[in-house]
Design a protein. Structure first.
Length: 249
């Protein structure tokens, strides 16, 4: 793993019929091969999912059934896409979802796929590590970094924005080795990113809710943050308690 500014990456984004990686299907995929200095090549296509696109999904990406009618199937698209991605480091926002969608699509189409072996960089986790944006969605990060808007929430526009966000989030790293080393460890979040306590600092969330959430199948960063807060409560190690001489009275 060499210098970040000399590395070739591939940024990937999928638009889908929904968020269930086992049951939903890809309706658009975009990818861009890039270095820190330029975009080398791009790949983009709409995909016929072979099923109706739910209205709630259309409301997000504005891709309709008519738009994907007579477009290639994912089985026709995947060989070229996988060849395009090759063995490069994959970058994306919440990229495990996109990779799982592609792996499952490959299985359904009996296409050989080794994406699980590629190194990946999730810019959602990088944003958590950076910790200075009020929210970590791609759109919030675009605004936070004053990156020019690329138009509608479509796969290629998201890829272009994602690349620019990525460049800003890795400014403290000089090599990919440093970056991967840091991402091996969980990142402690400042606020709850989901659920009924979304946006609240962990120290303000009721202990019973934290205990319930600690056993859910959340990602490593969220589970680490929840369990760290529970440990702090057990120790009574809150700042307010530590600075209050009467807290134990």
């Amino acid at each position: 793993m060499g210098l970040i500014k000399q590395e070739i990456f591939v940024c990937v984004d999928c638009e889908t019929t929904g968020l269930d990686t086992a049951e939903d299907h890809i309706i658009e995929v975009a990818a861009a091969e890039f270095t820190f200095d330029k975009i080398i090549d791009t790949f983009e296509t709409l995909v016929d999912p072979g099923k109706a696109i739910p209205q709630e999904s259309i409301a997000i990406h504005h891709i309709t059934d008519d738009m994907v009618k007579n477009k290639p199937t994912i089985g026709q698209v995947l060989p070229d896409l996988l060849n395009f991605i090759d063995k490069h480091i994959i970058v994306g926002h919440g990229i495990p979802f996109d990779i799982e969608m592609l792996i499952n699509a490959a299985k359904r189409s009996s296409i050989e796929c080794s994406l699980q072996d590629n190194k990946v960089i999730d810019t959602l986790r990088l944003a958590r590590l950076y910790g200075e944006s009020p929210m970590n969605s791609l759109e919030y990060l675009r605004q936070h970094f004053n990156i020019e808007e690329e138009g509608a929430h479509r796969a290629m526009s998201d890829v272009i924005v994602n690349i620019e966000v990525f460049k800003r989030l890795i400014k403290d790293f000089s090599t990919t080795n440093q970056l991967f080393k840091r991402l091996e460890r969980p990142i402690r979040l400042k606020t709850m990113p989901l659920g009924k306590h979304k946006g609240r600092p962990f120290k303000e969330i009721p202990l019973e809710y934290l205990k319930w959430a600690a056993n859910k199948q959340f990602d490593q960063d969220l589970l680490f943050s929840i369990r760290t807060e529970i440990k702090l409560r057990k120790k009574g190690n809150h700042f307010s308690q530590a600075t209050n001489p009467f807290h134990s009275l």
